[in-house]
Design a protein around this ligand. Sequence first.
Ligand SMILES: [Zn+2]
Length: 107
Amino acid sequence: MTIPKSVRIAGFDFEVSIVEATDLDIKNQVTLNTLAGTITLLECAPKEMMCTLFHECIHAMMFALGYSADEHDEKLINGLSRQLFQLVQDNPEMFERVDDGDDDGTI
Ligand SMILES: [Zn+2]
């Protein structure tokens, strides 16, 4: 599994970039900018970056569902991001693209 250059969430593309960590950045490890369509990750261990990317994707999904930032449950999102990462790691065949006759892959 590699960090993608972009992710599509609810029909919107988010450019994913990785920046070097500095002491000042440690407190705010990642930035999701829904207006700019960007997710910025701090460079760290690959598994941690993937969990963080899942975390930010869940935030983006919640915004797409109409939840405001103050309605996002950080503890739940942290847990789900790690569980989803492990689900994908342990079951890669589950995440192959499903061909149901249309090309867009949406449900
Ligand atoms: Zn968060």
